[in-house]
Design a protein around this ligand. Sequence first.
Ligand SMILES: Cc1cc2nc3c(=O)[nH]c(=O)nc-3n(C[C@H](O)[C@H](O)[C@H](O)COP(=O)(O)OP(=O)(O)OC[C@H]3O[C@@H](n4cnc5c(N)ncnc54)[C@H](O)[C@@H]3O)c2cc1C
Length: 465
Amino acid sequence: MITNKQHGPKIVIVGSELAGLLVARELAERFRDNILIVEKDNYLGGALVTRSEGDITYDVGAHEISGQIPQKTIDYLEMLLKEDLLRRPKRPKMCFQGDFINFPPDAVHLLRTFSKKEMVQLGKTFVKKTLWSDSGEPANFKEAMIRKVGEELYELIYKGYAEKLWSADPALMSKEAGEQEEFSLFIASLKKNLFGKEEMFLYPKNGIGSIVKEIEGKLNFYDVGVLKGARIEKVESQGKRISRIKIVDSQGNATETEVLLLIDTVSLDELYRAVLCAEPEVPIIEWRDSRIVVVHFQGNVMREGEAYYFPQKEIIFNRISEIKRYSPSLNALLRGELLTIEIPCRKGGAVWNMADDALLEACLDGLEKSKFASSRPKVVRFLTWKQEKTHPLYTQGWKKQFSLLYNRLDDFQNLFIIGHKALFKEEKIDACVSQARELSEIILKDKWLDKRLWKQRVEGYLKTL
Ligand SMILES: Cc1cc2nc3c(=O)[nH]c(=O)nc-3n(C[C@H](O)[C@H](O)[C@H](O)COP(=O)(O)OP(=O)(O)OC[C@H]3O[C@@H](n4cnc5c(N)ncnc54)[C@H](O)[C@@H]3O)c2cc1C
């Protein structure tokens, strides 16, 4: 049994987004300053932060919590927040054939936007798909999507969108890429829009960052150690146990500490280099990155609904949202509107390196070209930033690459891997809450000593891919 000694080997948590912070919170009362969080940025919370600058408030990354999550996760989030968890109708829209229709598209809206000829084509696809089911595994993303939505819709919507999101040929992507949020909802949405109830999403009244603020308060109360602007540089092991780590901060100051448990929430290639002091022997798993532009417009630009998707390749962004639609308490006195514009890109590519002013111009062009805005809207001010590794890029062969890295690291009996980046999976807020709570429970009950229980849990998290 581990005791709560005040000094000695530490539980080191790498990464301070939701998964890492929640484990620290759950363990804080028992382990106090025997916990050490190591975060590369100079603030906690990663993409789960809400910032206020002057009279504007905006989220830096994550926007909303799905309403379709277990009640116990909702109860837990409500317990964490000292404010209301708002329930709001989910009404995203998509730019399509010069119109704005429900996203994911439903049959009624799609049919309205197609010509007679296109409708005959779609009808044929539908009959074919209903009468003949495809057998065998699809070989790649393109095949998987054609099976789901038919050739016509794939060509019309999904092909260009995939090329825009990944800067890659969809036939070279693996079938799992089709399970990602942007692509997977079509069939479910069709059924839901025809027969189901309206979907809701959840959002904390004062911004998504309220979750992190509450956790930080608790970590301070229990004196949990936090190193910001720091990274693990080197790891020592004894047999199958990690025994000691060296952490270096942005000024180059080094700290060494003995390790009881290492909990990783950061990408496995980074961990691999630190733990095994070597480059992985397989090609590195790949990521899609993003640039975000927050624009304060003088007048009203946003249409109805909280978010709009743009699958067209010629439009630089893929999603636009307006924060007041998430919580009317935010920016309530602001004149005009604050739009968050998300731009998919690859680190080091043309869009990633584009100057801020040029990026804003490209966004304004997109608003006009898509007819989202009837004329060029007037900008009061804008902010832009870059976000790395926002989405896993499931190229062909990714599973083998990921498994090799994962299994090599998972061999260490006191190393536990959770979260969005570490599991190379689009884990949303609710999934990170569940994983962090399950791991904390195993640690608090001293069941981590036999790793088999944890391995079973991870198999469960990964089996949806
Ligand atoms: C732009 C964006 C929008 C999103 N929108 C939504 C949404 O609307 N709804 C939703 O449910 N989810 C959304 N998500 C996902 C959600 O934010 C995360 O999946 C979830 O909160 C992940 O938490 P995580 O703990 O796995 O952290 P991760 O996102 O994996 O972050 C890991 C943390 O580790 C830090 N780190 C990275 N490398 C190192 C290193 N070498 N050393 C130390 N620290 C390091 C990072 O700075 C970060 O704080 C979004 C994510 C992004 C990026």
